[in-house]
Design a protein around this ligand. Structure first.
Ligand SMILES: Cc1cc2nc3c(=O)[nH]c(=O)nc-3n(C[C@H](O)[C@H](O)[C@H](O)COP(=O)(O)OP(=O)(O)OC[C@H]3O[C@@H](n4cnc5c(N)ncnc54)[C@H](O)[C@@H]3O)c2cc1C
Length: 602
């Protein structure tokens, strides 16, 4: 594209990246009568959520379940996809030691599958870690072990998580798990116990939305709509540098079919990976910013797609392969996502997902070698025989997972304030914010960036999918946080279990006891009431000096006050303690229940 002669009056917005975040921003701008230019380096839109097509077979890069709590995102999907937005049943299982286990994990099914002896060892290990947990919960390993015991962690969590991340679970921050567990807030979980069944969790487990021909169908339609309304979506346009004057971005330089050109703009929105953006700045960013950016890391991913001459292979949408004897991490059965993913209903198509790092041994293997590996592993697992596999292809996807390692949070903080200092630039999306955002969150960052731009709103895009207040505003669930316990007690839970004030209850009960004893004693002093007086006199055994006299009524009232205060104070204290223990255990079990679904979030 030639660029230079752009008139200022047009107010051109340049969007880097034609994935969910970038295209959502473009679509929002179109709705407001603007004509943005989207630059996408690949030959198709959709980013990680694109759909590849090989000989009429559609392949999702991963399997993208469409699920959101944001009404804006849901409305966007419904508007674009209409009747092509299917509701699909969900089944997924874990393959481990030649057996299939229910997923999300069900304790009885897991213990039966593993056998009584292993079950016993897992039970013992659970008890041991409940009694003597790790004091610090910094790593994923410590976090899960404290909830399920070491043995169950090693059986069901370790091998798959390490396949995905390529680093030991002891090096993976617990924060990752905490952020991923967001379909369940403590408050919701506890309130559900009293007021309603766990609809949200159940729904996501049993069914999900999916476009008839994969997620790419959504993004191709959005591209068409942007173009129909005067916007531009330029494919194979790789942004290689970003020209700035101080804290104002002036233009981007891009490579298209080996040729370089410059595009001027007034405002810029980028969903390219944050470290790549920083590296591309011209003049360069300050040294400490460059250093921080170089410390943000990603994990990559490749899918080996196989066409299989079998009508029905297995009932799952996908299977997690925890078994360490094979390298494949997950197997997608696309026909079960949507029958239209295959051109011939007599055939099936699978995606064998391998998690890797760009340039490592797996990534660098030839496509033929990868197809051969996938065929061999598929046969080894026993899902089909090699001679049934009639064709195969490979798709490599860069920077699929932003890594949360030890230094990432500090590096990100350093970069944030620098990026925010730009007057006419916003960074959005999963890699643009280096946040483990799902498609809906990535889209929300695009929507909010446009609101900031057009209405001068000050939405903090770094906080989407990160902070409670923000999430409530955009109507998505918040992650389980320690402070939720306190909040839950203070908030809605307070209505169910109001906190008792020991002093107030002590004083109130003391006053009641004092008045009761004092008044009854006074009444008993009246002549002809000897029966009551005789009984009352027995109190003297507990309250030395007490007698059924006018002076005794005062002393009795004082004793009554003291006893009433102690009883009231103790009752309130014990009741509060019991409530706290109950809430803490509910919090714990809410987390454990969410943890059983952790792989859904990878
Ligand atoms: C295996 C897997 C499964 C997933 N499953 C789900 C799921 O079930 N549900 C769900 O909601 N989400 C899921 N996600 C997450 C979802 O894919 C992402 O949240 C979403 O794609 C992020 O959108 P984005 O636009 O921020 O980034 P991306 O999808 O990464 O898009 C960024 C775009 O920018 C382009 N780009 C990068 N650099 C440049 C450059 N220099 N010049 C021009 N263009 C550039 C890229 O080519 C890309 O097209 C999954 C992700 C993975 C990896």
């Amino acid at each position: 594209m030639n660029s230079g002669s752009h008139s200022k009056k047009e107010n051109r917005t340049v969007i880097i990246g034609g994935g969910p975040a970038g295209l959502t921003a473009a679509y929002e701008l179109i709705r407001h009568g603007q004509k943005p230019v989207v630059l996408e380096k690949l030959d198709k839109v959709g980013g990680i959520a694109r759909t590849e097509n090989y000989k009429g077979y559609h392949f999702d890069m991963g399997g993208h379940r469409f699920y959101t709590k944001s009404e804006d995102v849901q409305a966007f999907w419904d508007e674009i996809l209409g009747d092509d937005f299917l509701v699909r049943p969900r089944l997924s299982r874990i393959f481990y030691k030649n057996k299939y286990f229910n997923y999300p994990l069900k304790p009885l099914n897991a213990l039966l599958g593993l056998g009584p002896f292993e079950g016993f060892l897992i039970g013992m290990s659970y008890l041991r870690w409940q009694l003597f947990p790790y004091k610090e919960e910094e790593s994923f390993e410590q976090w899960v072990t404290n909830r399920f015991g070491k043995r169950l962690f090693e059986t069901f969590f370790k091998s798959y998580t390490e396949k995905v991340w390529g680093i030991p679970c002891s090096d993976l921050k617990a924060e990752w798990a905490a952020q991923r567990i967001k379909d369940l807030s403590l408050k919701t979980a506890v309130l559900n116990m009293f007021f309603k069944p766990q609809n949200v969790i159940k729904t996501l487990i049993e069914e999900f939305h999916y476009p008839r021909k994969g997620p790419g169908m959504l993004w191709t339609t959005v591209k068409e709509k942007v173009e129909e309304n005067g916007g531009m979506v330029c494919l194979e346009s790789d942004v290689v540098s970003i020209q700035r004057e101080g804290n104002v971005v002036k233009s981007v330089e891009m490579k298209q079919n080996g040729r370089y050109s410059t595009l001027l703009g007034d405002t810029f929105i980028s969903s390219m990976p944050l470290p790549v953006f920083i590296k591309g700045l011209n003049p360069p960013a300050p040294l400490e910013i460059q250093k921080a950016a170089s410390q943000l890391k990603h994990r990559d991913f490749l899918t080996v797609c196989l066409m299989v001459n079998e009508k029905e292979l297995f009932p799952d949408n996908w299977i997690y392969i925890h078994d360490p004897s094979v390298q494949v991490g997950r197997i997608q059965n696309y026909k079960n996502w949507s029958p239209d993913m295959v051109p011939d209903q007599e055939m099936s198509s699978l995606g064998l997902e391998y998690f890797c790092n760009e340039g490592d041994e797996l990534w660098s293997m030839t496509d033929d070698a990868l197809v051969a590996l996938a065929k061999k592993e598929l046969a080894q697992i026993g899902l089909t025989s090699e001679d049934q596999i009639v064709d195969g292809c490979v798709y490599r996807v860069e920077k699929t997972y932003p890594i949360y390692d030890d230094g990432y949070a500090q590096s990100l903080d350093t970069i944030k304030s620098y990026v925010d200092s730009f007057e006419n630039f916003q960074t959005i999306g999963r890699n643009g914010l280096h946040r483990y955002n799902n498609q809906d969150h990535a889209m929300l960052t695009g929507m909010y960036a446009v609101r900031n731009m057009l209405y001068g709103e000050e939405n903090n895009l770094w906080l989407i999918n990160a902070e409670e207040d923000y999430l409530e505003e955009v109507k998505v669930d918040q992650p389980v946080q320690k402070d939720d316990v306190v909040e839950a007690v203070k908030g809605s839970l307070g209505h169910v279990f109001p906190k008792l004030d020991p002093f107030a209850l002590g004083i109130a009960l003391g006053a009641v006891f004092a008045a009761t004893i004092g008044i009854i004693t006074l009444l008993s002093v009246i002549p002809n009431n000897n029966m009551v007086a005789e009984y009352l006199a027995l109190i003297n055994q507990f309250f030395p000096g007490y007698s059924v006299t006018i002076q005794g009524s005062l002393l009795g009232a004082a004793y009554g006050y003291l006893v009433g205060f102690v009883v009231g104070w103790m009752f309130a204290f014990l009741r509060n303690a019991a409530t706290a223990v109950y809430i803490a255990s509910t919090y714990r079990s809410a987390q454990s229940s969410a943890l059983k679904q952790i792989f859904d979030y990878i």
